[in-house]
Design a binder for this molecule. Structure first.
Ligand SMILES: C[S@@+](CC[C@H](N)C(=O)[O-])C[C@H]1O[C@@H](n2cnc3c(N)ncnc32)[C@H](O)[C@@H]1O
Length: 276
């Protein structure tokens, strides 16, 4: 997959693309990227990319024409080679980007990220090209580069081969709609806090079960609004359609020692609050 960034600050993109798993994926040619600087498509000697907004208001807006030329410079070759392309404008007004939206992005050969700066872009550019707007969250950043890189990174992690064998995205938070179970590394005891014994037992089936129930408990504690329930409210309904009985979750919770609850940050929880 190829990721293109329309940006006035290509150096911000380069740094990220050279590091970590993304840098490795580029070296292995699993993903490609290109930065296109709208300034390159200006005609005047000052290389102007912005102008004042009609109707007044603070800040400057990026010009539709330079953005259009930048975008067409990427779209034309992609169309000639029948690439499936999606173009995104990063915007605080856009659809909130979430993990479950990634599956759709994986259907494309090329994703173009239009990174706004200043007070944003001339809206006609977005409308004319029917560009989807995506937001990273309900706050305003200075530019679209960080949200574009965040989206690219989250999408790339789901492309086969990007993560090495040791890093599986299947245990990450949001897999199956749940947060990840708490993680611990060496030493087994640190400042009086012990790693839950099951994790050092070597018993894979028990560890898997512990992680699954722990994921439910951590999600209930930290982000309860993420959970869906069956109509009877007797079970949690995962996006895959799988159900996890709340009686089982409660029994698992009762089986944990106080120390284990503390080290996992899940003490004093009421699991079936509605029914009690
Ligand atoms: C200062 S912002 C412009 C905000 C714009 N005036 C508004 O109120 O909607 C400059 C650029 O940063 C990017 N940006 C800012 N916040 C963002 C967010 N939450 N998600 C995605 N992009 C964002 C957009 O590309 C935007 O064009």
């Amino acid at each position: 997959m190829k990721f293109n960034f329309l940006t006035l600050f290509p150096e911000l993109i380069e740094v990220h693309m050279r590091s970590g798993v993304i840098g490795q994926a580029i070296k292995k040619n699993i993903i490609e990227f290109e930065s296109v600087n709208p300034r390159f498509f200006t005609k005047d000697k000052h290389k102007t990319v912005d102008d004042v907004p009609y109707g007044g208001g603070d800040g400057m807006l990026m010009l539709a024409e330079v953005l259009e030329k930048s975008l067409q410079s990427i779209l034309e070759p992609a169309q000639k080679s029948n690439q499936k392309v999606k173009t995104v404008y990063l915007s605080p007004q856009g659809r909130l980007f979430r993990q479950e939206l990634i599956t759709d992005f994986l259907n494309y050969d090329q994703i173009n990220f239009v990174c706004g700066r200043y007070a944003g872009v001339d809206n006609r550019f977005v409308i004319k090209n029917n560009i989807s707007e995506y937001s990273l969250g309900d706050y305003v950043l200075s530019g679209g580069e960080l949200p574009a890189l965040s989206m690219m990174d989250a999408i790339a992690r789901k492309i086969p081969g990007v993560l090495g064998n040791q890093e599986s995205s299947e245990l990450d938070s949001f897999y199956e709609g749940l947060l990840e179970a708490p993680s611990f590394t060496r030493p087994g005891e640190w400042q009086g806090l012990d790693v839950p014994s099951v994790l050092i037992s070597g018993h894979h089936a028990r560890i898997k079960e512990w992680k699954e129930f722990m994921s439910v408990l951590v999600t209930l504690k930290k982000r309860p609004e993420l959970l869906l329930y069956t109509q009877s409210k007797s079970a949690i309904l995962l996006p895959s359609g799988r159900r996890i009985s709340l009686i089982d979750v409660e029994a698992f919770y009762s089986s944990l020692s106080d120390k284990e609850k503390i080290v996992c940050g899940i003490q004093d929880m009421v699991i079936r609050g509605d029914e009690n």
